[in-house]
Design a binder for this molecule. Structure first.
Ligand code: NAD
Ligand code: UD1
Length: 337
């Protein structure tokens, strides 16, 4: 099948493109390279030994989106493209609505016009808000605390309305927990622009010596060591989750929502300790105040994905950190090194 991947040059999109190519699917990427480069796609092609069709374009450009869907004639669309910085979304909410909400509406319109109604959407655990101690299940109440999260929730709701209006749509909403790690070769990975805001890329830079220390945001959470607990998931497991969702969505009428996580939680200090062990470097840190909008614990209930997608995460924390360290060591400046 030909699959159109929006945002396919980005972190999760590039790993998913590789997994789909390996499975024998053809891939067309639609991307404006706002937060990525073409080099990731060159690496995907080299790793897979297959070519990727690439259309440079912006989701906000309706005719460009319509032309891309028409040209690719995909069996399904995997929609990663969008902006994901919580801080930036608070400063520039309209930019986030334009890219993440209006851009998605343009894409859905173009798909409908072309008769393509199989859709996989990148949502986020952020839609659960401050969920509390236990694991989050798909039917739990949703609450968002920032403009980025609101764009994800808005699109989820639009998708539910769309599927209710027309039974020909088959839609997978995937709520990712904390994607980390890299392809095991060290040639694909996460290349944040500027100072990373996520924990693992930051810790990696401290291990590599390009940053002096890690600020640990909060040491007084009601968790086992006082630091925030998250459900980290290896990006290759996440990519495999998209393959499972693709197979499921082909025979689906309506919307299916699935958490993609491991179900296990790790604290900030555990991440730092594991990274120090893997890299054999000292990782200085200091505990500072909590970051606005952070929650104590975020962990997935993964039973539904296991049951309905036949998927589960296979890689543990050690593999996530080993693969991140390999990527970090081989590409100290991301794809530009
Ligand atoms: P990323 O920034 O690496 O990739 C996003 C890609 O989309 C980039 O290649 C970028 O150039 C492209 N893009 C952005 N705006 C576009 C537009 N208007 N038109 C065309 N292309 C555009 O991010 P990622 O980590 O790979 O995330 C992919 C998706 O998963 C995003 O929707 C994100 O919100 C969601 N998500 C990510 C995480 C995470 O921790 N990485 C967690 C939950 C959900
Ligand atoms: C953040 C976003 C979330 C987004 C997710 C994936 C916020 C408030 N939330 O989630 O919406 O879906 O990234 O991109 O930005 N930490 C430190 N020091 C640091 C960085 C992080 O102690 O320098 C801690 C955090 O407090 C948290 C954990 O590390 O406990 C993980 O943080 P991060 O990687 O930023 O992910 P989230 O906060 O879970």
């Amino acid at each position: 099948m030909r699959i159109l991947i929006t945002g396919g040059a980005g972190y999760i999109g590039s790993h998913t493109a590789f997994v789909l190519l390996e499975k024998g699917h053809d891939v067309t990427v639609f991307d404006n390279f706002a937060t990525s480069t073409r080099i990731s796609l060159d690496r995907v092609e080299r790793l897979a030994g297959r070519t990727v069709s690439c259309i440079e374009g912006d989701l906000r450009d309706r005719p460009a989106v319509a032309a891309a869907v028409h040209e690719a004639k995909p069996a399904a669309v995997v929609h990663f493209a969008g902006l994901k910085s919580v801080g930036e979304s608070t400063a520039r909410p309209l930019l986030y609505v334009a890219n993440n909400v209006s851009g998605t509406v343009n894409l859905l319109d173009a798909m409908d016009a072309a008769g393509v109604r199989r859709f996989i959407f990148s949502s986020s655990a952020t839609v659960y808000g401050a969920a509390g101690e236990g694991p989050c299940a798909e039917e739990d109440p949703l609450a968002v605390t920032n403009p980025y999260g609101r764009t994800k929730l808005m699109v989820e709701e639009i998708l539910r309305d769309l599927a209710a209006s027309d039974a020909r749509w088959g839609i997978a909403v995937l709520r990712y927990f904390n994607p980390v790690g890299a392809h095991e070769s060290g040639s694909l990975g996460e290349a944040p622009q500027g100072t990373p805001s996520n924990l693992v890329p930051l810790v990696g830079q401290v291990a590599a010596g390009t940053r002096a220390h890690v600020d640990v945001y909060g040491g007084d959470y009601p968790t086992r060591d006082g630091t925030g607990v998250r459900d980290y998931i290896h990006v290759m497991d996440l990519a495999a989750g998209h393959l499972a969702a693709l197979e499921r969505v082909l025979g689906l009428s309506g919307v299916g929502t699935w958490n993609l996580g491991t179900g296990r939680g790790h604290s900030v200090l555990e991440i730092i300790r594991t990274y120090a062990k893997v890299s054999r470097r000292e990782i200085p840190y200091r505990v500072v105040g909590r970051r606005d909008g952070d929650v104590a614990t975020s962990r997935a209930d993964v039973a539904k994905a296991r049951r309905e997608l036949g998927w589960r995460a296979r890689r543990g924390l050690l593999e996530m950190i080993e693969d991140h360290w390999r990527w970090q060591s081989l590409n100290p400046s991301g794809y530009r090194s």
